[in-house]
Design a binder for this molecule. Structure first.
Ligand code: FE
Length: 198
């Protein structure tokens, strides 16, 4: 009984949080919070590849909000651009994101913390989800696949700028660290993907 009440309260507060945050996302999509200037500076800035890891699942849901009841963790927004090596935005590029939850667990039965979308005509993507936690051997990270239409898939991982676990993770790379956009609640991080396209 007690558990049911707790669960119901959790569901209600999740729904309220989701409603509040759907207001912020169109602002991001409209570029009001995300400067369109790409952070890339040319050929040397190609986004590096990293291992897919063992927990990728194909056919993730098409969506921006990866939260579902039961996805534990603090709300987190990740946003950015997909651009060519000459920094031109790539519209209609696939961005598929999957990650562990705030306990360091992947949802391998369903699709909590998993989803994909396509960049808008100016190359923008954004996801609202939760901040993943460390799990044994790994600093917190997002897994991602990015693909321009009819081009090879870029598989990589993204990291948090402020996690002490980074220094102890042999896979961690500085080039794949996200950058916070201001000091927002929930936090908004940015990462621009540079694909090997002219
Ligand atoms: Fe992982």
């Amino acid at each position: 009984m007690q558990d049911d009440q707790t669960r119901r309260r959790f569901l209600v507060s999740s729904a309220a949080a989701a409603t509040g945050l759907t207001i912020a996302l169109p602002d991001l999509a409209a570029g009001q919070q995300l400067p369109l200037t790409p952070e890339c500076r040319g050929k040397n800035e190609l986004t590096i590849r990293q291992t897919e890891g063992p927990f990728f699942k194909p056919s993730s849901p098409f969506r921006t909000d990866l939260r579902e009841p039961g996805l534990k963790g603090e709300v987190f927004v990740i946003s950015g651009l997909v651009v060519t090596r000459s920094c031109k935005p790539i519209g209609n590029a696939l961005v598929d994101l999957w990650h562990a939850d705030g306990n360091g667990d992947y949802d391998n039965k369903g699709f909590r913390g998993r989803g994909h979308q396509f960049t808008d005509s100016e190359g923008r993507y954004n996801f609202i989800t939760v901040r993943p936690a460390r799990y044994p051997g790994r600093t917190p990270h997002f897994h991602v696949k990015v693909q321009a239409a009819n081009r090879p898939v870029l598989t990589t991982q993204l990291y948090f700028p402020d996690d002490a676990g980074n220094a102890r993770d042999p896979i961690f790379r500085n080039e794949l660290v996200m950058r916070y956009v201001g000091d927002r609640t929930p936090p908004v991080a940015r990462f621009d993907f540079v694909l090997d396209i002219a």
